[in-house]
Design a protein around this ligand. Structure first.
Ligand code: ATP
Ligand code: MG
Length: 405
C-alpha cells in the first residue's frame, strides 16, 4: 500500500476550501492534515511539519505569498506546491514558477484539472515519476579557462541525445563569449535572451522551435546572446526560471559555463543535479579544483552532486590519479583521454567528435560517459551494470580499454 501524502490547503475562502476537500477525497492516498485561511499562518506549520504537498491560493497578498512559497521551496526539501489564483495575468505563472511552484490553476477550480494536478504531484512524490530521471540538469564547470568544459558539454550532450533519443537541451551560459555555436557550426536564430524575454508565451512548441535542433537529432541548442547589453540584463532569477521551464520539456539539460564564479554560474550550479568539475592533471589546475570543492562545500552541495572529471588524461602523467584523489578527497569519476588531434579537428570541422572521428578513443570515452550520467544502464540482481537494450549497443564494449588513435 502506498504511503499517505500529508497535504495542506491554504485558501482565504471557506467555500473554496470545502470544494477542495471534496475533490481531494476523490484522490487516493491523500491525507489532508491542515487547512489555513492565510499563508502567513501556515508558514511555520509547513516549515516544521514538512508536508510533501501544499495547495495555496495566492489571489490575495500575491507578492507576499510568492515570497513565502519561494522560502518554503528552498527550505523544505522536495515539497511540491500547487498555486491557485483568480488572476489570469500570464506574469503570475512565471512568478509562481520562479518561486518554485510546480502547478498553477486558475479559480474557480475545475474538478478534473484540480484532480489531475494533484495526481501528477502525487506521482512525483511517490516516485512513480522520478523528478530527476524526468529531467537531469548537468553542468560542466571549472574555474580555469581552456580546460575542456565546452568540448565536454557539446560532446556529452550529443552522445546523450544519440544514446537515449530523448530531448536534450544544450545551453551556453558563457554570456557573449560562448563557443557552442562555433563547435557545432550553427547560427541559431534565437538565443537565451530571446527565450527569457518571451517567457510569458512559452510552451513546448515555442521551445522546440526556438532552440536550434541540431542536424535532425534530439539535441537542441540554446546559444548565448551575441551582444553585451542583452547579456547584462539577464538576471540570476531568469536563469532559474529558464532551467525550470526547460525541465518541463527536455529530459536532459547540459549547461556550459564560464570559468568564473559569477552569480549566473552559481545559479546554474545551484540548479544542477550533477556538476562535472573538469580538471587536467597539473598542479595549478588541481589547486583550483581544491578551491572549487571548498566553495561547493560552503554552498551546501552534497559530495554526490559533484563529479570530478580529468580531461586530457595520459597514463604516463607524473601525478597519479590516486594522488589527485587523495589531495582533493574526492574520487575521480571519469578520465577523458588526451587526444588533441581529434578534438581540434572536430572543432575545426564544426562537428561533434562522433561525426569527425567515430572510432577515436575520445569518442568512445564520451559515449561511456553519456551512458553513465544518463542512467541508461541499470543494475542487475548481482549488482553489475546492464544496459537497457533498446539503445542498441553493447555497453561492455564501451568499457574495453581504448588504444588512442
Ligand atoms: N581531451 C582532450 N584532449 C586534447 N585536447 C583537448 C581535450 N579537450 C579539450 N582539448 C583542447 O583544449 C582546448 C580548450 O577546450 P575547450 O574550449 O573545450 O575548453 P573550455 O574550458 O571550454 O575553455 P573556455 O574557458 O575558454 O571556455 C581546445 O582547443 C581543445 O582542442
Ligand atoms: Mg568554453
Amino acid at each position: 500500500m502506498a504511503p499517505k501524502i500529508d497535504t495542506v490547503i491554504i485558501d482565504f475562502e471557506q467555500t473554496s476550501r470545502e470544494i477542495m476537500i471534496n475533490f481531494l477525497e476523490k484522490v487516493e492516498d491523500i491525507n489532508l492534515v491542515q487547512q489555513f485561511s492565510d499563508i502567513l499562518a501556515a508558514q511555520d506549520y509547513i516549515t516544521e511539519n514538512k508536508p510533501p504537498l501544499v495547495i495555496v491560493d495566492i489571489s490575495k497578498q500575491t507578492g507576499l505569498s510568492l515570497d513565502i512559497i519561494s522560502k518554503l521551496t528552498s527550505s523544505v526539501k522536495n515539497i511540491k506546491i500547487i498555486v491557485l489564483t483568480y488572476d489570469t495575468d500570464s506574469n503570475i505563472v512565471i512568478k509562481s514558477l520562479r518561486a518554485g511552484a510546480r502547478e498553477f490553476l486558475i479559480k474557480p477550480l475545475i474538478e478534473q484539472d484540480f484532480i489531475q494536478a494533484v495526481e501528477k504531484m502525487k506521482d512525483l512524490i511517490l516516485g512513480n515519476i522520478n523528478d530527476t530521471t524526468r529531467c537531469k540538469v548537468i553542468t560542466t564547470f571549472s574555474n580555469k579557462g581552456g580546460i575542456g568544459k565546452t568540448s565536454l558539454a557539446v560532446n556529452l550532450a550529443m552522445e546523450i541525445a544519440n544514446l537515449t533519443k530523448e530531448k536534450v537541451a544544450l545551453v551556453d551560459l558563457n554570456m557573449q563569449m560562448g563557443d557552442i555555436t562555433t563547435f557545432l557550426n550553427i547560427e541559431p536564430s534565437f538565443d537565451t535572451s530571446y527565450v527569457i524575454n518571451n517567457m510569458d508565451r512559452i510552451d513546448e512548441t515555442f521551445l522546440l522551435t526556438t532552440l536550434e535542433q541540431y542536424n535532425k537529432t534530439s539535441l537542441y541548442v540554446l546559444a548565448d546572446p551575441p551582444d553585451i547589453e542583452q547579456a547584462e540584463i539577464i538576471t540570476s532569477e531568469d536563469i532559474t526560471t529558464l532551467i525550470n521551464i526547460l525541465r518541463n520539456v527536455f529530459s536532459y539539460i547540459i549547461i556550459d559555463t564560464t570559468s568564473s564564479f559569477d552569480s549566473k554560474t552559481i545559479t546554474a550550479l545551484d540548479n544542477s543535479d550533477l556538476i562535472l568539475l573538469v580538471s587536467i592533471i597539473n598542479l595549478p589546475s588541481i589547486r583550483n579544483c581544491q578551491r572549487c570543492f571548498e566553495l561547493f562545500k560552503k554552498l551546501g552541495y552534497s559530495k554526490d552532486k559533484i563529479k570530478l572529471v580529468i580531461n586530457r588524461y595520459m597514463e604516463a602523467d607524473d601525478i597519479k590519479i590516486e594522488d589527485v584523489e587523495e589531495v582533493l578527497d574526492h574520487k575521480v569519476f571519469f578520465k577523458i583521454p588526451n587526444n588533441y588531434y581529434t578534438i581540434i579537428s572536430s572543432i575545426n570541422k564544426g562537428v561533434p567528435v562522433s561525426d569527425a572521428a567515430p572510432n577515436s578513443n575520445i569518442c568512445k570515452s564520451f559515449k561511456q560517459m553519456a551512458a553513465l550520467v544518463s542512467d541508461s544502464y541499470s543494475y542487475n540482481k548481482n549488482g553489475n551494470h546492464t544496459v537497457q537494450r533498446e539503445y542498441g549497443f553493447n555497453f561492455l564494449n564501451l568499457f574495453k580499454k581504448n588504444k588512442g588513435e
